[in-house]
Design a protein around this ligand. Structure first.
Ligand code: ADP
Ligand code: MG
Length: 889
């Protein structure tokens, strides 16, 4: 007698044979299938004795190792064959081949282990336990106990347990698993490595070519992902996860719903339904039933591989009382074991590497290696902040048991990264402050002298920050302070106060600026102030300029003045940090627009002092607090969060393409009123040449077609420093009315007469960058206007840009920066020059809570043991994390 249930089982055995007996052709394996199958078979009228034998064999199949399975399969085939006869009484039966061949097994047990001789009343679990003990007769007692424990847990799994993701977690043993291992409690994952004898911690550093199936060619593909070693691979954390919790078993599908199933595709058949139309039919099946899939286009046939496990999503329908899934989208899952969790990892890929491949590889690699990864985090930190141990966190980050586990795992990994960053930052701060700096004092009277020469009254914020700087300077611990403030908030006046105090104390100060124009501008402003102030010896405070343009005799003079101490203050570009420049006694180093400088450049300036100078860095890019803590954690931060009075706020508006002509009209009117305008183009290409080309073409168009009667200048990144300076100076002098530019004007000059800025393709800029850009207009007495043009019709894009026009916060650089960080991530703030931040794999810099905890933890530990002497592994980890990243300030 052959029933549909029999046919189904036989097909699975065929499939198993083709797939090397991995017990993977059914979701959850043969054991899962048995539960449901037996019901179907019983309904089809299969003899109960025969049925029970079949179930026992299916269970045995599941428990057996791949090379044992063919034998079980033959037994099953015999049992399912049409000519099957109930076995004769045991005493008459010929000696059966033992089902499980075990070289060292004791004869008695092996004999008993013959499946047909097992009394069928034996509960399945127990029967398996007997088989197991036979197989493991030569293993240690401890293992046997573990096996028994495993069995108990397996028995605890109800036979009808749902084996589908999200529908109750059932741990499914697979041939690769060590049978001794009990089903893992999620919290206790990972399991101990399955073949510990073969691996050691050292292997983590081995090339991935040690892994099965990875040769040189594949290794090269992995290298493109930055994966070289086994450890790199383990740290290839998923980019996202597919949520399989919506998955259903076929029996639970309801007509009319949209559903996803993991099922085996049995067969694919094309059917011509009319002269013109062919449909494709497939039969899908899981352990709970069958489902017919229908596609209406022939091309899917090529992509559908019969006898594979795939994931199908589509709408469930009824056709002649049978459930169908309509035109489902599908994806191959060649190892369902890996996706039986609720969440399935999705990785960053590179050509030639599929997600399935990575997923399967990682599944095996984690099993084998992750247990050898030691957690450098002190246990005390882990328990205080409720963190998962590293191996478990890594395991869960790849193959989460639940959303909760995933969140906990990723938080733990992120915490650790930020903790290392913070420790590194604290170490750096300590090394900066190890060497004493000369304390620089100034009394109230002397400060009053300074403010009296300022052409304006300081804002409250300027006063506060000046006070903070004074306090720092008066200490012998070197100041390491960052002053943040929007463009135009008046940072220069605050920095100059520091210069004055240094001069009062007989020490020199140096201010590093990113461009010649800025250096010259600062030099003019600072000279004006200092010219009205006298040193204690009655001499005026002397100010010098040192840029690439200062050469010959003039340069020699400056160098001599710096070396003999007759120059008190020098403002300059990177010409300042050349070797020839020597200071008699540098006491204060100031870096303006610090993000424009490389780590080394800032270091060189500091090294020009005999001991350690006080350090003041300034930035006009308002950096969100979370980011500042991380990147500038070794600095104290002051914010000038108030604008000088009387500034007319810039009016910002978002425009669409058709508005451009009107905007040109507006520019013309402003120019006619005597004002100037900027037209800014983003970096369209990641190539300065192409970029310059685009700006050049636009310049030509604007000059020739739009403003033929006006003088239109061009500024782009391919021009030399001298060319740029010449154009900027000419624009500042009013020789041009319109300046067409790429973003090179971002850090630039004060042209108070410029009132309009038109930003093309504004959506390509970050908000913080746009905010900085528009700070170039409205710097004089006339109101400033910023027109943002976008071609994008995306609501999200428009909403993002509209933040800049927000009535309440749209002018607050810190608010904008925070929004930008949330929307676009930290890349914007960490430009190419900001090489200071080590690569974070999991941590999000916008994740303020974790960042603060990590910082707190790092500070606590640092207070206990700044050298990390008691935590050598941690010290090593911090060192490794920061290697090649220099100091961050
Ligand atoms: P930042 O470097 O922060 O962008 P600056 O120091 O260049 O800003 O100052 C911008 C302009 O504002 C300068 O012209 C400066 O003289 C002026 N300024 C600075 N502080 C004040 C103030 N408290 N009141 C009025 N004007 C000020
Ligand atoms: Mg400035």
């Amino acid at each position: 007698m052959s029933t549909p249930a029999f046919t189904r089982l036989l097909r699975i055995l065929d499939l198993e044979e083709r797939q090397s007996w991995r017990n993977r052709s059914v979701i959850g394996g043969m054991r899962a299938m048995a539960a449901r199958w037996s019901e179907d078979a019983a309904n089809e009228g299969v003899d109960p004795g025969r049925l029970a034998r079949a179930v026992a064999l299916m269970q045995a199949f599941d428990a057996a190792s791949p090379d044992e399975r063919p034998a079980v399969s033959s037994k099953l085939r015999e049992l399912l064959a049409d000519d099957w006869q109930p076995p004769a009484a045991p005493e008459d039966s010929p000696a059966h081949e033992p089902l499980v061949r075990e070289s060292g097994s004791q004869a008695g047990v092996a004999e008993k282990d013959t499946i047909d001789e097992l009394p069928l009343e034996i509960p399945l679990g127990e029967e398996q336990a007997q088989m197991r003990s036979a197989r493991q007769a030569d293993t240690s007692p401890a293992d046997t106990t573990a096996a028994a424990a495993a069995e108990q847990t397996r028995q605890a799994v109800p036979a009808r347990a749902e084996v589908f993701p999200g529908l109750g977690k059932v741990y499914e043993a697979t041939p690769d698993d060590d049978y001794g291992a009990p089903p893992p409690n999620p919290a206790e994952r990972p399991r101990r490595p399955s073949s510990s004898a073969k691996r050691s911690a050292k292997d983590l550093q081995s090339s991935i070519t040690v892994l099965p199936g990875i040769g040189e060619a594949t290794a090269e593909q992995f290298a493109r992902l930055g994966i070289h070693t086994v450890l790199d691979l383990i740290w290839h954390i998923p980019a996202r996860y597919d949520d399989y919790s919506q998955m259903r078993t076929i029996d639970k599908l309801e007509p009319g719903e949209q559903a996803t199933v993991i099922a085996n595709l049995w067969e694919v058949r094309e059917r011509k339904i009319s002269m013109k139309r062919t449909i494709v039919q497939g039969i899908l099946s899981d352990s709970t039933g069958n489902l017919r899939a229908i596609w209406y286009n022939k091309w899917v046939t090529k992509q559908l591989k019969p006898n594979t496990t795939m994931r199908f999503s589509g709408k469930i329908d009824l056709f002649r009382g049978q459930k169908t899934i309509d035109n489902p989208v599908f994806e191959e899952l060649d190892d369902e074991r890996v996706v039986t969790g609720r969440l399935s990892p999705v990785y960053h890929l590179t050509e030639g590497l599929s997600n399935n491949r990575l997923r399967n590889l990682l599944h095996d690699v984690l099993d084998d290696y992750v247990g050898f990864i030691e957690d450098p985090l002190p246990a005390q930190v882990r328990s205080t902040y409720d963190l998962m141990e590293l191996p478990a966190a890594l395991y869960q980050a790849h193959f989460p048991d639940s959303n909760e586990q995933l969140t906990a795992a990723r938080r733990s990994l992120a915490f650790a990264e930020l903790f290392y960053v913070q420790l590194g930052v604290l170490q750096r701060r300590r090394s900066l402050q190890e060497i004493a700096a000369p304390p620089l004092y100034a009394g109230d009277e002397q400060l009053a002298q300074y403010t009296s020469v300022l052409p304006f009254a300081m804002t409250g914020a300027q006063e506060r920050v000046t006070g903070e700087i004074m306090r720092d300077l008066a200490r012998s611990v070197p100041m390491t302070r960052l002053v943040q403030g929007d463009v135009g908030s008046g940072k220069t006046a605050v920095a100059a106060a520091g210069m004055w105090v240094a001069a009062l104390n007989g020490l020199q100060s140096a201010m590093l600026a990113p461009t010649q124009i800025l250096a010259e501008q600062h030099h003019r402003g600072v000279s004006r102030l200092m010219g009205q102030l006298a040193r204690p010896d009655g001499q005026p405070v002397s100010v010098a300029l040192l840029t690439g343009r200062v050469s010959g005799e003039a340069r020699e003079q400056v160098l001599a003045g710096l070396a003999d101490g007759s120059v008190d203050v020098v403002v300059g570009t990177t010409a300042l940090i050349q070797e020839a420049v020597e200071f008699a006694r540098l006491g204060l180093a100031i870096v303006d627009e610090q993000h424009r400088f490389g780590v080394e450049q800032r270091g060189v300036l500091r090294s020009k002092a005999e001991g350690q100078p006080h350090l003041l860095v300034m930035s006009a890019t308002p950096i969100p607090r979370s980011l500042a803590l991380t990147v500038y954690g070794d600095l104290d931060i002051s914010a000038i969060d108030e604008m000088p009075p009387g500034r007319t706020p810039i009016k910002t508006k978002l425009f669409a393409q058709p508005d451009r002509q009107r905007l040109y009209g507006f520019i013309r009117r402003e120019v006619e009123a005597g004002r100037q305008a900027y037209v800014v183009y983003p970096l369209v290409e990641e190539s300065e040449v192409l970029d310059a080309g685009a700006a050049t073409a636009e310049h030509k168009r604007l000059q020739e077609e739009i403003f033929p009667d006006l003088r239109v200048a061009l500024l782009h990144g391919r021009m030399t420093g001298a060319e740029k300076d010449a154009v900027m100076s000419a624009f500042a002098a009013g020789d041009y009315q319109v300046l067409v530019s790429t973003t090179v004007i971002e850090v630039g000059i004060d042209v108070p007469n410029a009132t309009v800025m038109l930003v093309e393709d504004a959506d390509r800029f970050g908000l913080a960058q746009l905010h900085q850009l528009r700070g170039r207009v409205g710097r004089g007495q006339h109101p400033g206007y910023c027109a943002l043009i976008t071609k994008s019709s995306s609501v999200a894009t428009r909403e993002r840009l509209l933040l800049l026009t927000d009535e309440e916060h749209g002018r607050d650089g810190f608010w904008i920066a925070q929004k930008d960080l949330e929307l676009r991530g930290p890349g914007e703030f960490l430009g190419t020059r900001q090489s200071g931040l080590p690569g974070l794999k999991v941590a999000q810099l916008s994740d303020l809570p974790t960042l603060q905890q990590a910082r707190e933890a790092a500070q606590m530990l640092f207070e206990q043991d700044a050298e990390l002497a008691g935590f050598p592994q941690l010290a090593h980890q911090v060192e490794r994390f920061w290697r090649g990243h220099g100091d961050v300030n």
